[in-house]
Ligand binder design. Structure first.
Ligand code: DGL
Length: 277
C-alpha cells in the first residue's frame, strides 16, 4: 500500500499536442502552487486537430502511459482535441483521476451567456466530435451553439505569429459568421487560442465574453484533489524540481516558447521517444 502522504506529494501530469497546454499549466501553477507538474508536449506530432479520432486516441494513450511512468497522481488533458476524442479511452486505461478541458469550458460559457448564443472555436477534431454543443445543450436546452473550426490558428500560434496582420486577417474570416449571429460568449475551445486572445477579442468585439477553459480546469483539478485527499499540503522543499517538461521533438524551440508563456522560467525540456510507450 502506498502511503497517502506519498501519494499527495506526487506530481500532476499535464499534456497537449504542443505548447497550447502551457496555458492550462500556467493556471495550475497559479491556483495550486504546492503542486509539482510533469508536462508533456507532443511537438513531433502536432497538430492533433486535423487528425482522426483514432489517431488522437492512440497518441493520448501513449502519453498517459508515459506520464504514469513519472508516477503522476492525476492527469490533466490540456488539449481539447484529446479531451473530445480520447477521454473515454483514457478513463478506461488509467485508474487515477483525469480532468479534461471541455466540460469546464462549457460550464463557464453557460454561466456567462445572457442571450443564450454561445460560439465555440476549436480544431476540426473538436468541432467534428460535436462535444461542446452536446454538453452545452444537455445543461442549457435553450442555448444556441455556433461552432467554427479554425484550423489555421494552431500553426500561427506555433510559428509565433501572435500579433501579426496575417493572424488578424484569418481571425476576421473565421469569426465573421459568429459576429453576424450575435453571440455574446465565445469559448476558446483549443488550448492554443488563449495565446492569441487579444487578436480574437479585438475582432469579435468587446461585448463578447471570451471563455478560457484553463481557469475552470484548474479549479476542477483542485476540487477533485481535495475530494480524493490528494492535495499536496506543502510547497516542495528547495532542491525538489517543481516543474518538469518533456517533448517528443525540438526541445530548444519548446523551451523558448514556454519561457515566453510561463512566468516561471523553465530550466530545460527533455526529448523522449513517445513511440516507446
Ligand atoms: N491545443 C490542442 C487543443 O486544445 C491541440 C491543437 C492541435 O494540435 O491541433 O485542441
Amino acid at each position: 500500500m502506498i502511503e497517502q502522504e506519498e501519494l499527495r506529494n506526487r506530481p500532476i501530469g499535464v499534456f497537449d499536442s504542443g505548447v497550447g497546454g502551457l496555458t492550462v499549466a500556467r493556471e495550475i501553477m497559479r491556483q495550486l502552487p504546492n503542486e509539482r507538474i510533469v508536462y508533456f508536449g507532443d511537438t513531433a506530432r502536432v497538430p492533433y486537430g486535423n487528425k482522426s479520432p483514432e489517431t488522437i486516441t492512440k497518441f493520448s494513450r501513449q502519453i498517459a502511459r508515459f506520464l504514469q511512468t513519472q508516477d503522476v497522481k492525476a492527469i490533466v488533458v490540456a488539449c481539447n482535441s484529446a479531451s473530445a476524442c480520447a477521454l473515454d479511452a483514457l478513463e478506461e486505461d488509467v485508474d487515477i483521476p483525469i480532468v479534461d478541458v471541455v466540460r469546464p469550458g462549457a460550464k463557464t460559457a453557460i454561466g456567462a451567456t445572457k442571450n443564450d448564443k454561445i460560439g465555440v472555436i476549436a480544431t476540426a477534431a473538436t468541432i467534428g466530435s460535436g462535444i461542446y454543443s452536446r454538453y452545452i445543450k444537455e445543461n442549457d436546452s435553450d442555448a444556441m451553439v455556433l461552432s467554427k473550426a479554425c484550423p489555421l490558428f494552431v500553426p500561427l500560434v506555433e510559428e509565433g505569429l501572435w500579433e501579426d496582420p496575417v493572424t488578424d486577417e484569418i481571425a476576421r474570416r473565421y469569426l465573421a459568421e459568429l459576429i453576424d449571429v450575435g453571440i455574446d460568449t465565445l469559448i476558446l475551445g483549443c488550448t492554443h487560442y488563449p495565446i492569441i486572445r487579444s487578436t480574437i477579442g479585438r475582432i469579435i468585439g468587446e461585448d463578447v465574453t471570451l471563455v478560457n477553459p484553463a481557469y475552470e480546469t484548474a479549479m476542477e483539478l483542485k476540487r477533485l484533489l481535495q475530494e480524493k485527499g490528494l492535495e499536496s499540503e506543502h510547497r516542495p522543499g528547495l532542491g525538489t524540481e517543481l516543474y518538469r517538461f518533456f517533448v517528443s521533438d525540438a526541445a530548444d524551440k519548446f523551451q523558448k516558447f514556454a519561457n515566453s508563456i510561463l512566468t516561471y522560467g523553465i530550466l530545460s525540456a527533455k526529448v523522449i521517444n513517445i513511440d516507446e510507450y
